[in-house]
Ligand binder design. Structure first.
Ligand code: PMP
Length: 446
């Protein structure tokens, strides 16, 4: 029955049965009906292929056959909750915790179903570990869609429809060295001193939530030393440090399996999601014995779907494929090439204000003027829209000014994929027509 529906019928059903708050990419131009995925490509109902530069969920490649087979086999064998012993759950906990730096103490796992759930639970863990309710968050940060996680997400509470910061939430500036208030050699110290100041205001801190690379903030890579100094201040104030690795974990940074490693810190709590199950709902909180012991206060923790054998089979397969196919190294190699190629483009296209990236987490910030840094918001929208309509390349836009194109593709993204994306971007930048009134791309950060 599903295959018999036309694209228009699907679109009508979507409009009828879903709240428009659940936005659809390219809704104002021509939304996509995607029916198949493979590697770094997606295919529509007519068999047209699209290069996917934005999906960091299908981490080891869309519909990777090893992950699909592991899921199918486990689904045909057993799928139940975690109240029974099952090897998948425990093996996954072992393999996952082995990825953390030796001696980190990050050895206790909670498997959940989404990044939001992971961060929601991290808040509870922080509350039970400390006597405080005060949380420090980074401006433009996003940690999830539940009530609790919206309250710690400036990207939500400070945006249209948001209710502002609750009194227990302390916002610090995003450590953006391109357009933020601190851009010089002392930027790390200056941004970290804002965290220290927030600790002072709060008095007693429960937690500091920070993405190790800020995604919806516009691919912000904190300056070296920022997390070390910030963590020190938070711990002095009695708080725990939570690394949100939902976007950037699992080798995406190329040189590091976990993005926080680049900053030489060890968090008390790590949250992860998106890429973990290659599209299956699998996310996790990993913490220390100390934090876990404080949480074990009589109130039972049970999660019906979290850590079920099928999702764990996906997680095991993802870890396996990442290693066997050398995808972390691929991210390092291809990511470097992406940055080089875009930098090359920036020598002839003034609109490219900044290119920044680690591994396959790259941001291109467009500006109208390289001195004033006036954001080229409408132009970014046009580029993103035309990349899809003229070249079948899917991209996404992030950043507080909606002027950063984000490249965070499946980890099998290749040099050839990069060439295809860069050539398309070059052509568009050479023929940019400028803002078209009324035409807007829906920005749908993922
Ligand atoms: N943290 C970060 C950094 C995210 O980007 C997201 C999702 N965009 C989440 C948490 C929430 O994850 P989920 O959508 O799986 O609930």
């Amino acid at each position: 029955e599903a295959a018999a529906l036309s694209k228009d019928e699907v679109w009508q059903l979507r409009k009828k049965h879903f709240c428009p708050a659940q936005s659809v990419s390219y809704a104002n131009t021509d939304p996509l009906l995607i029916v198949r995925g493979q590697g770094s490509h997606l295919y529509d109902q007519e068999g047209n292929s699209y290069l996917d530069t934005r999906n960091n969920v299908c981490h080891v490649g869309h519909c990777h056959p090893k992950v699909a087979a592991a899921v199918a086999e486990q689904a045909a064998t057993l799928n139940t909750n975690t109240r029974y012993l099952h090897p998948n759950l425990c093996l996954l906990a072992k393999r996952l915790t082995e990825t953390f730096p030796a001696g980190s103490g990050l050895e206790v796992c909670f498997f959940v179903n989404s990044g939001s759930e992971a961060n929601d639970l991290a808040v509870r863990l922080a509350f039970s570990r400390t006597s405080s309710r005060d949380i420090i968050v980074v401006d433009h940060g996003y940690h999830g869609h539940t009530q609790q996680t919206i309250e710690i997400s400036p990207y939500k509470f400070d945006h249209r429809g948001g209710e502002g910061a609750r009194p227990n939430i302390h916002k610090v500036p995003c450590p953006d060295t391109f357009r933020g208030p601190h851009r010089g050699p002392d930027a790390a110290e200056q941004y970290a001193s804002a965290v220290a100041a927030a600790c002072k205001t709060a008095g007693n801190v429960a937690a500091f939530f920070v993405e190790s690379g800020m995604s919806v903030g516009g691919v912000i890579l904190p300056p070296k030393g920022y997390l070390q100094a910030a963590y020190r201040a938070v711990r002095q104030a009695g708080g725990v440090c939570v690394a949100d690795e939902v976007q950037v974990g699992f080798g995406r940074f190329g040189d590091y399996f976990w993005a926080f490693e680049e900053q030489g810190v060890v968090p008390d709590i790590v949250t992860m999601g998106k890429p973990f199950g290659n599209g299956m709902p699998l996310a996790a909180v990993v913490t220390t014995k100390e934090v876990s012991d404080a949480f074990h206060n009589g109130l039972e923790y049970f999660n019906t779907f979290g850590g079920n054998p099928v999702c764990c089979a996906a997680g095991l397969a993802v870890l396996d494929v990442l290693r066997r196919e050398g995808l972390q190294d691929n991210a390092a190699k291809v990511g470097k090439y992406v940055c080089e190629q875009i930098r090359q483009l920036s020598t002839k296209h003034e609109l490219i204000g900044d290119v920044r990236g680690r591994g396959l987490f790259v941001g291109i910030e467009f500006v109208r003027n390289r001195d004033t840094l006036e954001p080229a918001t409408a132009e970014t929208s046009e580029i993103c829209s035309r990349m899809k309509s003229e070249h079948s390349v899917l991209m996404s836009i992030d950043g507080p000014h909606d002027n950063v194109l984000v490249i965070k593709p499946p980890m099998c993204f290749s040099i050839a994929d990069t060439d295809c994306m860069v050539q398309a971007m070059d052509q568009i930048l050479s023929t940019l027509v400028g803002p078209t009134p009324g035409v807007q791309v829906t920005h749908t950060p993922t």
